[in-house]
Design a protein around this ligand. Structure first.
Ligand code: C2E
Ligand code: MG
Ligand code: MG
Ligand code: MG
Length: 283
């Protein structure tokens, strides 16, 4: 057995390792390098108020532009980070960048916009996330109520001992919690009793049939009604068409997100939108 040098630290390379395993090891090193060097970026996708079209929240989405392979989708590198020890550093980097950007936009444009950040279960294992999050909010000067945490049903249903206490503590501080990809997890709805949730995000797989498929219409309507019965906000993700938009508005969905309104935007594009909006208001 000999050692293959990675960007930081040493990785053990066994000659018996498969080609796939070797590729993965290389990629893990590249991702580690990208995180350490601050080469990841964040895209922002608005969640809009269906009645006014105003932006209410921006979801932070991690982006990795690989020097040779171009854009690597988060559906690929987030699971890679979760399977290694990289998710902690990745999550912390994205959170800090997203909070710093949002704090700057709130101050510069005088707007009450919130930032929504995705969290993995693995970020909570062995880390005091309450301290990490409060430290970052303090350092970036972002008020607690301007941060929303997106967690999937599977994350909330995971058996991490410290998760319910950490989430309750964060909620007490004013941080909001949204259930991401609602309806796709294998879990029961029991987590809605264990966790102090503020919003559910109806998964795009249901939203895509909304306005045309009767089963999807019924499921989306039921999810929105359940949210409202529990005093939660209902957010639809993956809204792509006029008919989906019309249906979601009719059933009283609180916030809508998707290509119909906007693709995920770079920070520069967000700034352009906010400054144009300010000019329109001043005119
Ligand atoms: P998600 O949190 O459910 O994010 C929504 C995904 O849907 C994003 O994909 C977004 O670009 C995409 N999307 C938005 N509107 C539409 C639409 O109208 N149609 C379609 N077809 N897609 C739309 P993206 O950016 O590729 O992210 C994929 C997933 O990766 C996210 O799903 C989230 O689970 C994960 N992810 C992204 N950034 C982070 C991060 O910083 N941390 C963690 N833990 N996970 C992240
Ligand atoms: Mg999300
Ligand atoms: Mg989602
Ligand atoms: Mg999703």
């Amino acid at each position: 057995m000999y050692q293959a040098k990675k960007h930081s630290g040493l990785a053990l390379y066994a000659p018996s390792m498969s080609a796939g395993g070797y590729k993965r090891l290389i990629e893990e090193g590249e991702l580690r390098h990208a995180i350490e060097e601050g080469l990841l970026t964040v895209s922002y996708q608005p969640q809009v108020d269906p009645n006014t079209g105003e932006w209410r929240t921006l979801e932070a989405l991690a982006r990795w532009r690989h020097p040779k392979r171009g854009m690597v989708p988060p559906a690929h590198f987030v699971p890679l980070a979760e399977q290694t020890d990289l998710i902690g550093a990745l999550g912390e980097f994205i959170l800090r960048r997203a909070c710093a950007d949002m704090a700057a936009w709130r101050a510069c444009y005088g707007i009450d916009l919130a930032i929504s950040v995705n969290f993995s279960a693995r970020q909570f294992s062995g880390t005091d996330m309450v301290s990490q999050i409060t430290r970052i909010l303090g350092e970036t000067n972002l008020p607690c109520h301007a941060l929303e945490m997106e967690m999937t049903e599977s994350t909330l249903a995971s058996s991490l001992d410290n998760l319910p206490t950490a989430m309750r503590r964060l909620r007490e501080l004013g941080v909001r919690i949204a259930v991401d990809d609602f309806g796709t997890g294998y879990s029961s709805l029991a987590y809605l009793r264990r966790f102090p949730v503020d919003a559910i995000k109806v998964d795009q797989s249901f939203v895509s049939g909304a306005g045309k498929n009767t089963t999807d219409n019924a499921l989306v309507r039921a999810a929105v009604e359940m949210a409202h019965a529990l005093n939660l906000q209902a957010i639809a993700e993956g809204v792509e068409t006029e008919s989906q938009n019309t249906f979601l508005q009719e059933i009283g969905c609180d916030l809508l997100q998707g290509y119909f309104f906007s693709q995920p935007l770079t920070a520069e594009q967000v700034e352009l939108h906010l400054s144009q909006r300010r000019q329109q208001q001043a005119a």
